[in-house]
Each structure stands twice: as C-alpha cells, then as structure tokens.
Design a protein around this ligand. Structure first.
Ligand SMILES: [Zn+2]
Length: 1014
C-alpha cells in the first residue's frame, strides 16, 4: 500500500502486530539492563497503522561504546511471510539470536543468517559493529556515521524504526518524518519514525549546530559542524530554491522534513529526508556547487521512486539531466556540458570496460560514471527532443506519481513515455539501453549547386556500425543567415538534399551536441585522461640533472606499462607511433615538436598536446620545479582527466583549462568569393613605403617567373633608398656557402667563380638570370646577402627516409627548435603532397617533417642574422609556399624574436590572412641561358651524354649518345655545373666547339670536335 501525505496518524498501536512491538520494547530493556545505558521509553514511536503487513519490519536500538569505538545494537525483525528468511549480517559480530523469545544457534553462511521463520514471528538479535575505515560503521569522538549494512538487514524494502542513545553533546539524525529527543542517564535518546518502506537506513551523529526553518509546510534543517554554522542560512535558502524548482517540475515534495547534514567523510549522497554532504563539499563556493540540487532531486528520483537495481539504475542519468545539466542549460551552456560528457565518454570508456547503459548499477569509477551519468543523461536529453518539452515533463511527473515508494525500472519509464507521447519508443530505448558504443557517422559526397532561386546542398550520411535511429540537426551556413533542419537517420546510408536561400559556405552538424555520438578529431581537445588511460607509451626523461624531480611521474607511468628513454635516444619513430610523456618544459624533444614552451616557473604543470603526426595520439608535458611539488600534486592528477592543462602549487590546484576545439562537426562547402575594389589598388612604391617600418619584409616568388624577381628587386631598392642598412635573405643559397656569398658581395671573387663555388646550378638549378639582377645590385651596393637554406642533402634524406636516417653529423645541421603543431599548414602540405603523388611510395610524415626542417632552418638563419646585426632590416626572398598564410617562415621567425614583419606575395590568391599584400606584375620575358639540349650525367669526374630531347641542337650537330664531353671552346669540363656556367655566358645563336670522347667498338676511344649552334 502507499502512503498519502499526512494521512497517517502513527503514534498509535500496531494493528495485529503487537508481538513485534512487545519484542522491540523487551529488546530495549534487555540492552538497557545489560549495558546500563538507557531504559525503554513507553512513548517510543509505534509503527503507524498504515504499515503494510506484506513487508518485513526492522526495529533497531543503538548505543555506543565511544572508547572502544563500537556500535552496540539490538534489532528485531518481524517476518511478513513463512519460509526461509535470509538476514544480511556481513561483518557484524552477532552476540545473541532469539527466535520467538527462545535462544537459537544461528546458521550463518557467507555473511547471511538463514532461519526458517513464520509469518508474523519475530527474530531478535544483539550485535556489535566495530569502527573501521572501509566498514559500514565509523565511531569517533568527532562523530558517528553508519551507512550500508551496519545492522542485520533483510533483502529489499522494509519498514524501519530506530532509537539511539548518543553522548550528551551529540545530535543524531536518520531518515525520519518525526524525531524525538529525551535526556537519559549517559546521554540523549533519539527516536526516529519513518512510515515508508525503504531498503535501508542511515545514521549520523555529531556535535551539530542545527538551524531550522519551514517552507511550504516542510520543516527544513541544516545540521552543520559548529565551525561551519555560518553557512546554515545560505544552505537553507538554496534548499528552498531547489525544493521550489523541483516541486514545480516533478511534483510535490514527498516528506514532512528535509535536512542537509554535514559529514566528515566525503562526498555526498541522498536518502529519504536527508542529504549528506562532506565537509569539503559543504565549504565549496555555493554557486559552483551543484551537488546540493542533485541530491535534493534524488528525494524524488531514487528515494521516493526506488531504483530496481537488478534492472538497471536510471536515477543517476535522469537526476544529472534535471540538475547538473539543467543548471548549465539555464545559463546557455547546455551544449558545453553535453559536449564535455561526450569527451568524457571517449576518454574513459573503451572496449574493455564498456557495458550497456541498462547494466549500470552505480558509479564506481570514471568509466562507469561516464556510462551511468553521462550516457544516461544524454538519453534523457534525446528523449526530451524526441517527444517534446511538454510531454517529457508530463511523463516524468506521471512516472513519479505511479511509482511512489516502489521500485521502478527503465521499463516503467519506457511505458509511461509511450503512453504519453503515443510514439513507439521501443527501438529508441533498445538502442540506447542494450547496445554498447555510440553512432559513428560519416558524411560523403557533399555537393552544392544553384537550384532555381535557391541553392541545394546534397550529401550522404553513413553510419559505420549498426544503424541507430537518430534526429540529427544540420545547419547550412550562408552569408545571408543559416538554414537549420533536423534529419531523421534510420539506415546504414542515406542521401539528403537541403535547400538554402544564400550561397552555402559550410554545413555544421549537431552543433549543440544533442546526439550521443562519436566526436570528430577536430571537436576533441587533448585531455589528460586520454594519456592516463593508455597503457603503453614512452616517457621522455628530462635533461641531465633533473631526473630526481620526476621520479614519481616516471614510476607512475612505468606501472602503467610505459617505457622510459633518454631524450637523445628518442627516435623519430618513437615520436610518431606512441603516446608521450615529456618531462621538463626544456626537454629537447619539445623543441623538436613544438618549437618552444614557456617556463611554468614554480609548481607543477601538466599540459596536453596533440601529436603533430597523429592528432588522435596524446602528448603530455610535465614540468615541475621540485620533487616536492610532484609528490604533493601527482596523486591528484587523475581527478583532472577532463582537462588539457592543470597547474599545482604546493599541492593546491591553481589553474585548470580545457584546450580549444571546434563546436559542432563542420564540413566546408565553398569558400566565399572575394574581390578587391580596383580603385583602391596601390602601386608598388606606395606598398613598399607602407612596409618600410617593418624589420622583415618577405617577398614571395614562383621561382621561374622573372617578373616576380623584378618586384623583389624593386622592393629591395625601395627599402634601400629609405634606409641602406638592409640585408637580403635568400632561400636559394645554403648555409655552408655563406663564405662564398660574402666573397662575391665584397668583390673578392667574380661571378663565374661565385657560381662555381656556391654550386649554384647543382644546388638550386634555376636559370641564374632570374636572380642575377638582385645579386648584382647587392654586390654594387655592398648589401649583405644571407644564405638561409639548409644543405639540400639533409632535406632530401629526411623527405625520403625520415629523420632517423640522418647521421649524427647531419643532425647537427638541424634547427634547434621546430614547431610541428600548425594543423592547417599540415593540411595544406598534405594537398601539395597528394597532388604530387608521383613522388612514389614516399611517406607524408617524412615529407611534412622535411618541409618543417626547411622552414625552421630558414627562420633560424633570419633570426640569427638579425640578432647579430641589430641595426639592419632584412628582405627575405623565398618561394610563396614558404610564406603564404605566414605559416612556413614568418610565424616561425616571429616565435623566435617577435619582430614585426610584412608578407608580399606575387600573383597569389587574394584570401583572408594569406599575405599583407598580393602583387600582380605584368609578365616579362627574360633572356634565358642557351642549352645544349642533351641529357647529361656525371660519372667519376666525367660528363656523359645519356640521350637527347626532341629537336636537339647538339644531336643535330652530330653528338651521340654515350659521348663524353671533354671541353667547350677549350674550357675543360668535369661537371655538369661547368657546362651550365659556360653556357650562362653565351647567347642563343652563338656557335661553340664541343670536344667529345666517343667509344668505338674495335679501335678504342676517339676524340672528336663538334660545332653546335645554340
Ligand atoms: Zn546522484
């Protein structure tokens, strides 16, 4: 039977159950006499007349031996049925058992006392429960706390009565509609009556300061420790606020009393009429602390409607949804909360610890909480979106009303929602309760095109695993506003076409995280939990002398199967393949991956990064100032699994942050068309003028476009006129040849010697006419030219075989710091790489790395020069690919020195952020150096003809395949370079004499002279 509010007068005698009451009284007497502590009171609360006979009744009387820290208890249980009775004893020490007033020898098996009992008969027990850390009883001079199986209890629901004699200065509290207190010798006797069936009761006593108020006929109490009593008023105010909120939302508060009870042991939980909060929680700033509201809502969800645990715990998901989530939602942050729960799931749940939501019982660790609280909460959110706001809350109220003081299951929830919504929700509940995992969606074939007065966007969505039924929100972003739709997914692959008024720029899917789904990598920030949950990775030890500081961290990860390596032994392969824990912000491996990191100075900082080679792989950087800081903070780290950065000082958290990630799953459709106002275009001298105050001016080129080199020269001249203290940095020359450049600029060597010694033609190779004007001007004006590039051999080697293939000598040439974390640059390079897929079986990671080395060494060279020459500016001449969007060289120089710069590109796309200026020079023809038109190769100091292209002038003149070229116009030829330098000084139409050595079959080699007209 169920109780109506206030319907039961229950200080009267028990209908037809006198025996139990007598026995209860007798029990009290026995204990009292035995312990000499207290005598039974005739005024003790009788069980109410509306107790059901169908459930067991448990009466308990307690006293405490404070010195021995022991609970001394006496219980009597009245059985509702005949048959085998099973009483849970657990770790209790049973002192006597009497059945129907006769002493019996109890049969105890595996913590259960088993006895044949008749309907209405009474079992009396005396027992002790000693205080222990993880046991159900905690007795201390500071307070008493009894939770769980602290008295002989029956399975399932039962009525309970409780009396307890506590030390004089203690106040006791338990589940109750009414409490009485009487002075007794040796203490105060508290008696509690609760007329509703419950699975178990709780008992707490301490030196509480009690503050009382009433609200809508409910008595509210704050039981706080004296030192916290100043918080009582705020607590009662918030209790009123939450009771008001939930009475309006889910129905009338079911009891006469509600108490919040401060508790020594953390954290918090709710039982009928009580919410226990740990002292740490009580003292948290109120607004941030949502657990009070959550626990108050449990008065309805879990305490009024019981959870049928056998069939799954629905109460945490629903309570979380209507408390923690609701509070965030009301501040417009619902989507962040839901996204966080999805990240949480991805971080903490894996194929080994995953189970279906229906199997959730209680949150025992991060994984089970991510399922029971997180996924559970999302299921109610999806349900609300599916049936509508009004139906959702009507169904919740009906569910509570129909299941008062009953155990209810997910099936009861499903039944109510089906009735109220009229929808067949079997598949919905089935897929979310009985399946593991979540939908993993894939979008393909996105196309946008004009359609009548609108635009149509079509695409396919596939569900990679078993298809779920989902309502997915999709937004089309256009320059004239967004078009929003909800798509119903119910198949493995579906095609959609959506119309929008404006020109679609991108699709954004599930922007508000309304669906429990797998996030895309762009939506996932790097979080600590993903590193801690990995069981095989690499610890990169700190630089010499700092090993001691991190020994605690090393031990922690080694226990999880991580392997430790010295930073100099960490190969590129290690970095690309495994999660990394890098110790020390100054660790050389950081300089290799992220350029540099700031010194976190004091304390301990753990910050997470995505691995630049594989964004799904995590890198954690730990930096600590002392061993002590590690010792104080490290054990707390696992509680911060959802953060990307945490900082501690003296063991106290001082900062926590979640890294940035995208909101919603977005798919770009088309870049908006941009244009420039022609009347506002500026002439180059004017542009040069406006960048003349920058310390560095970059001018990009397509290497073979002569007009680009002319704008470079014009820029150099313009800047030189304003301030002659400039230098020119050139990609075209490699660092080991700086001396040759210097000699040429100073005039110690001539151009021919310069081309030979700088190995210009074999190392750069483009027609020297392209750059000659720039270098001639520099030589005339004695403007220093700086070789920016790394030796070509190194870039080639990394690009084909990776960084591990370099010799120690070659590694010395590498830039000291490299930042590989620019994801957009990586994507642009990937496009370049894929367009040149003809590069064979080359590995993109190697290609990417070689590009970064190239950029970083140039950035290093620029920075190095400007540091040594603080009075000079620099004009940098480089291919546009190294400059566009400023990602290749400019940002890397800026990382090093923070100097102001401007980027000028030639004939490049006018895109936001691509450059400061884009120049559009008219094409100019250049006089090119003539060619022999022969395919040449170099072997042992000899240049050999390997063949001819079509219409070759040298083939026409009589040269043959296999000829070895000895001299051109009597200038000896040893290398291909010698030929290129020779030809550089010839004009088309000139005739030259080529002496070759030709092999003959029988007569030995023969020298021939051939006249070639170029
Ligand atoms: Zn809860």
């Amino acid at each position: 039977m169920r109780m109506g509010d206030g319907l039961c007068e229950w200080r009267f005698s028990l209908p037809g159950g006198r025996g139990a009451y007598d026995s209860f009284l007798k029990g009290m007497n026995t204990i009292s006499l035995m312990l000499g502590l207290f005598v039974a009171s005739a005024a003790f609360l009788f069980p109410p007349p509306c107790f059901s006979d169908e459930l067991p009744r448990v009466f308990i009387s307690l006293s405490f031996n404070m010195e021995k820290r022991v609970v001394e208890g006496k219980s009597s249980i009245t059985f509702p049925d005949s048959g085998e009775q099973r009483i849970h004893i657990g770790s209790l020490k049973i002192k006597s058992v009497r059945y129907r007033d006769h002493s019996v020898e109890p049969v105890i098996k595996e913590g259960m006392l088993i006895i044949e009992g008749e309907k209405g008969s009474v079992l009396d027990m005396e027992y002790e429960c000693a205080s222990s850390e993880n046991g159900p009883c905690s007795v201390d001079t500071k307070g008493i706390m009894l939770t769980g199986k602290w008295y002989p209890s029956v399975e399932g629901l039962a009525y309970h009565g409780l009396k307890a004699l506590v030390p004089r200065d203690f106040t006791a509290i338990s589940e109750a509609e009414e409490i009485t207190k009487e002075k007794r010798p040796g203490g105060n006797l508290f008696a509690f009556t609760f007329p509703h069936p419950v699975e178990g009761i709780t008992f707490v006593a301490a030196r509480f300061s009690v503050v009382r108020e009433t609200f809508r006929g409910i008595e509210l109490y704050a039981y706080l420790f004296p030192e916290d009593k100043g918080l009582a008023k705020t607590y009662l105010e918030h209790i009123k606020k939450y009771l008001g909120l939930y009475e309006g939302m889910v129905g009338k508060y079911p009891y006469k009393r509600f108490s919040v009870v401060e508790n020594i042991l953390p954290p918090g939980y709710s039982t009928p009429t009580l919410t226990l909060l740990g002292q740490d929680v009580v003292r948290l700033p109120f607004i941030k602390n949502t657990s009070l509201g959550h626990e108050i809502l449990h008065q309805w969800l879990g305490n009024l409607v019981y959870v049928d645990y056998e069939k799954g715990n629905w109460s945490e998901g629903l309570t979380t949804y209507l408390s923690d989530h609701l509070y965030e939602e009301r501040e417009g942050k619902g989507w962040q909360y839901r996204k966080q729960k999805l990240i949480d799931y991805e971080t903490n749940v894996n194929s080994e610890n995953e189970f279906p939501l229906r199997d959730f019982r209680s949150g025992i660790d991060f994984g089970s909480r991510a399922i029971g609280y997180g996924k559970g909460m999302m299921v109610f959110h999806m349900l609300r979106n599916m049936v509508g706001e009004e139906t959702f809350f009507r169904s919740i109220r009906k569910f509570i009303k129909e299941n008062r003081f009953r155990r209810a299951s997910w099936d009861d929830i499903r039944t109510v929602f089906k009735e109220e919504s009229g929808e067949g929700l079997d598949q919905f509940f089935g897929q979310w309760l009985d399946e593991t995992g979540y939908p993993s969606l894939e979008l393909t074939n996105e196309v946008e095109r004009p359609k009548g007065r609108n635009y149509a966007v079509s695409f396919d969505i596939a569900q990679k695993e078993k298809p779920y039924v989902l309502d997915l929100s999709v937004s089309i972003r256009t320059e004239v506003g967004d078009t929003n739709c909800v798509l119903r997914l119910d198949d493995k692959k579906q095609s959609f076409e959506l119309l929008s008024e404006g020109n679609p720029e991108k699709l954004v899917i599930d922007e508000h995280y309304d669906v429990f789904r797998q996030l895309t990598p762009e939506e996932t920030p790097p979080v600590i939990g993903r590193l801690l949950n990995h069981d095989k990775g690499l610890i990169v030890l700190p630089s010499e002398g700092k090993g001691e500081i991190y020994s605690g961290v090393v031990k922690y990860f080694e226990e999880r199967g991580y392997e430790a390596k010295k930073s100099q032994e960490v190969g590129d392969k290690d970095v690309k393949r495994s999660p990394l824990v890098i110790l020390g912000y100054d660790n050389p491996v950081i300089r290799r991956l992220f350029g540099k990191m700031d010194d976190p100075s004091q304390g301990l900082v753990l910050s997470m990064r995505k691995n630049p080679f594989d964004p799904s792989m995590m890198i954690g950087v730990v930096s600590a100032s002392s061993e002590n800081e590690v010792e104080n903070a490290w054990e707390k780290i696992p509680h911060y699994g959802n953060y990307s950065l945490v900082a501690f000082k003296g063991g106290k958290n001082i900062e926590k942050r979640i890294g940035e990630s995208r909101q919603g799953w977005d798919i770009p459709l088309a870049e908006p068309v941009v244009g420039i106002e022609v009347s506002k275009t500026r002439k180059l001298p004017d542009i040069i003028n406006s960048v003349s105050d920058k310390r560095i001016v970059y001018v990009g080129e397509r290497h073979t476009s002569y007009e680009h080199h002319l704008t470079q020269l014009e820029t150099i001249k313009g800047l030189f006129r304003k301030n002659p203290k400039i230098a020119i940095g050139m990609e075209m020359f490699q660092r080991p040849f700086q001396g040759v450049l210097d000699d040429y600029i100073e005039g110690t060597i001539d151009e021919k010697e310069f081309l030979k010694s700088s190995e210009y033609f074999s190392r750069w190779g483009f027609d020297y006419h392209l750059y000659r004007d720039i270098l001639t001007f520099a030589r005339e004006e004695k403007i220093p030219v700086v070789a920016l590039n790394i030796k070509r051999e190194i870039v080639d080697k990394v690009s084909s075989k990776g960084m591990d293939s370099l010799s120690d000598e070659e590694k010395k040439e590498l830039p000291a710091s490299m930042d590989m974390s620019d994801e957009e640059y990586r994507e642009r390079l990937r496009e370049v790489f894929e367009k040149h897929a003809g590069l064979g079986s080359r590995d993109f990671d190697n290609f990417y790395q070689s590009q970064i080395i190239w950029d970083e060494i140039m950035a290093h060279s620029i920075d190095e020069y400007l540091r040594k020459n603080p009075g000079r500016k620099m004009v940098v001449i480089a291919g546009s690919g190294h400059l566009v969007f400023k990602s290749g060289i400019p940002k890397r120089v800026f990382r090093r020195n923070g100097l102001e710069y401007a980027v000028l590109l030639n004939d490049d796309a006018v895109e936001t952020g691509a450059a400061d200026f884009v120049l559009f020079p008219q094409p100019v023809n250049m006089v090119s150096a003539p060619k022999l038109m022969a395919l040449l190769s170099e072997e042992e100091g000899k240049v050999k003809v390997r063949g001819f292209p079509d219409k070759s002038v040298s083939e026409k003149a009589g040269m043959e395949k296999g000829d070895i070229i000895i001299s051109l116009d009597n200038e000896p030829i040893k290398r291909v370079d010698d030929i290129k330098i020779f030809l550089f000084y010839k004009k088309p139409g000139d005739t030259i004499e080529v002496r070759v050595l030709r092999k003959r079959f029988l007569f030995g080699d023969r020298e021939l002279s051939v006249k070639v007209t170029l």
